[in-house]
Design a protein around this ligand. Sequence first.
Ligand SMILES: Cc1cc2nc3c(=O)[nH]c(=O)nc-3n(C[C@H](O)[C@H](O)[C@H](O)COP(=O)(O)O)c2cc1C
Length: 375
Amino acid sequence: MNEKKQLKIGGIIDGVGWNYMGWRHPDMPANASENIDYYVQKAKRLEEGKFDMIFLADVSHIGPMMIPHYLSMFEGVSILSALSMVTHSIGLTATIATSYADPFTVARQMASLDKISNGRAGWNAITSNPGGLANYSRTHLSKADLYPMKEEFIEIVEGLWDSYEDDAFIRDKKRGVFFDPQKMHALNYRGNYFSVDGPLNISRSRQGRPVIFQAGTSSDFMNIASKHAEGALVNGEDIEYAKAFSQELKRRVKLEGRSPNDFLIMPTQNPIVGRTEKEAEEKFQELQSLMPIYRIPKPTFFGSAEKVADQIQHWYEAGAMDLLLIRQEHPSGFDDFIDLVVPILQERGIFRKEYESNTLRGNLGLPYPKNRYSI
Ligand SMILES: Cc1cc2nc3c(=O)[nH]c(=O)nc-3n(C[C@H](O)[C@H](O)[C@H](O)COP(=O)(O)O)c2cc1C
């Protein structure tokens, strides 16, 4: 069946905000980016809104001109592990750059998060920009290495996640049988950048393995994403761009023998919503007034809740968006969206009223990935 899935929604929690001024708003804790209570509150709110996932973006090198959020923030897997204990159904996606991390460690961390959260983990596997090379002792490499390295990295992580077949662990105390060694598989991967024997020492999770997302724009990006990703982020400024990106990426997904219906196009948006157009305008102006030297562009999704719901429906129906990934521009961004826009989308039957599942894969309607060694 090739039925179009309902719209999916994710919330990017960026602490004090993904702009220069949000931290100065009276309602924003100035230390929100490293404030566990703030993250817990937002995570619970997104779950009340029936969002598919909490999504954390990341940065691999900083300097004094960076946005305040990037200057002092939590590491993704650590904070998501904490959030997994206070949420039940919402997915938990961390961004980790393949250019700077180590594949065995990432496979282990993400699989652990997947087990801790009972099958709710996602990994946004990005190259990140080359600036990070200097932070991770990789100055002998250059930008040209990043995508070839990424492909090896993901092949290794996927391979390690199949180290054990689903039923490898018997744990029969009476018979004294802990596991079936026939169902444990080494990897023995030899690449140009990485060399990993395996196996990984953690069993598969309820959703098989974490969902893999990726973000990038180039043809090299698309080639790897079409083989290894289950969703791709796209800049959400322009619907025609997002549509063309979606068509081309899904074309490549199909060439890989996969179903384009099981690949999610995920534009990032920073909606500002009000009960009326005027209220949205006031919120926009309020933000601008916090730091007048920085001009922020008007968000693509802007205005009254009804208008924003129309815009969302248009993007969704036009094939430019399978999963809406929102970040808050204004400190009330998530609340406004959940209180005002979500009920309209639910009323129109575009978005769920209840979670279908309590795994990330289940809510996203993505197939269970069979272990490569299972018959
Ligand atoms: C929508 C989108 C989101 C991204 N998010 C991040 C991020 O959170 N952290 C980061 O370091 N790089 C991020 N990137 C940058 C990519 O990892 C990559 O370095 C960049 O797009 C260059 O690759 P390309 O030539 O394929 O576009 C993002 C890129 C896109 C398009």
